[in-house]
Ligand binder design. Structure first.
Ligand code: ADP
Ligand code: MG
Length: 374
């Protein structure tokens, strides 16, 4: 089922009565393609949960409309929208078994939607198998791990065969290993069922790893929508660039002079096509090449060998961060006793942003034309 958000806005009166309204979601327009998994991503308070609440009908929008397929569902109550919901806290009924928890939404169906008992049992077992908890059907929630409980919550959301599945930070209560495993599971389940799914998280790694497309939000405003790799490679502004990537992008104050990019007094890269100006520069950790004759010289702090990779931690007067982190292959040996290290920079990994409000990306020209037109 395709989901269309058409100029959705949600304003809340300020909690301390005197202040301005809070614009939780501002003019959000997006056509979510059928059968895809969309990662809705952004820091706490940026409007992710409000967006989900608008889509499922728990909150009415202040402005704008929502369509499921061709149907305008903006005024439809949540129970008639055919959405499945999963939250951070699994919200299972503690006194019911897994089986009873999964059956619960079916037992509440009324009138013509009512199902025969045998069919309810059949469906409950089918979704339990899908999330691989069919062996735990007679347990109570307290007798299961967090990961298992979250699977039950997902099964319960799926048992009514929703047209749209909405997941609000579903992995936040799980420990690191379970988080990894469960996100792969969610991806598998989503692919197997083909349900259009919106997955909300503040964890960029999580969103990047399982989403067909990501939507990055800040202060209620959509910053960028695209395939995870495209957004990572070509962020539209400094906020998106810093929000995506672990370790994070290294940020510098720089200057463009006569077609060259300067960090301090070092001319580090040619920048054809960007006029002379002060800029902000982001260099991805993987954007550094160890190079004795490289133009970018940093003061070495320490070298951390992490198996496959070596992390070079350094400082530079133009850096906005206390430390610069460069990831290079562990085959490259860096003398940990050296005072300084020299790098050359990979152009695709060196991003230039305006110092003006919004810090928009400045695109350099390449032989093939513009590097990217977002
Ligand atoms: P997220 O899920 O991304 O953390 P939310 O959608 O929960 O963000 O909140 C977005 C903004 O809207 C926040 O500033 C929050 O304080 C505000 N907000 C959310 N719900 C309400 C409400 N019922 N009344 C007033 N403000 C709200
Ligand atoms: Mg939230």
């Amino acid at each position: 089922m395709k989901v269309v958000l058409d100029h959705l806005t949600k304003r809340f009166p300020n909690r301390n009565k005197k202040g301005d309204d809070v614009i939780a979601v501002s003019d959000f327009t997006f056509e979510i393609p059928d059968g895809k998994l969309i990662g809705l991503l952004g820091p706490s308070g940026c409007g992710k949960s409000t967006t989900l609440n608008l889509i499922c009908g728990l909150e009415p929008p202040t402005e704008g409309r929502i369509f499921f397929g061709d149907d305008d569902v903006t005024r439809l109550p949540p129970e008639n929208r055919g959405v499945g919901l999963v939250f951070q806290n699994y919200a299972l009924y503690p006194h019911l078994t897994v089986r009873e928890n999964i059956l619960f939404p079916l037992q509440n169906l009324k009138g013509k939607n009512k199902l025969p008992k045998a069919e309810m049992e059949e469906r409950a077992l089918a979704v339990a198998k899908l999330v691989q908890i069919e062996g735990l059907m007679e347990r109570k929630p307290s007798e299961m791990s967090g990961g298992q409980q979250q699977r039950v919550a997902i099964a319960r959301a799926l048992v009514k065969m929703p047209k749209v599945l909405l997941l609000d930070e579903p992995l936040s209560n799980l420990d690191a290993r379970l988080r990894l495993q469960t996100r792969e599971e969610i991806r598998r389940i989503q692919k197997e069922t083909g349900i259009t799914t919106i997955f909300v998280t503040h964890d960029q790694d999580e969103a990047m790893s399982i989403s067909d497309m990501i939507v990055v939000m800040k202060d209620g405003v959509v910053q960028q929508i695209g395939k995870p790799q495209d957004v990572y490679d070509n962020p539209v502004n400094l906020f998106v660039a810093t929000f995506l990537g672990t370790p994070p992008i290294n940020v510098f104050d720089g200057e463009i002079k006569g077609g060259m990019l300067y960090l301090g007094d070092q001319a580090v890269l040619p920048e054809p096509g960007i006029g002379d100006q002060q800029v902000i520069v982001g260099i991805r950790p993987e954007g550094f090449i160890l190079d004795e004759r490289g133009p970018f010289e940093v003061k070495l702090n320490r070298v951390e060998v992490m198996g496959r990779d070596t992390s070079v931690v350094s400082t530079h007067p133009a850096s906005r961060n206390a430390q610069i982190r460069s990831i290079i292959s562990a085959r490259n040996k860096v003398d940990p006793g050296a005072e300084t290290v020299r790098f050359s920079l990979i152009p695709d990994k060196t991003l230039v942003f305006s110092v003006e409000d919004g810090n928009e990306a400045l695109w350099r020209e390449t032989a093939a034309g513009d590097r990217n037109t977002p």
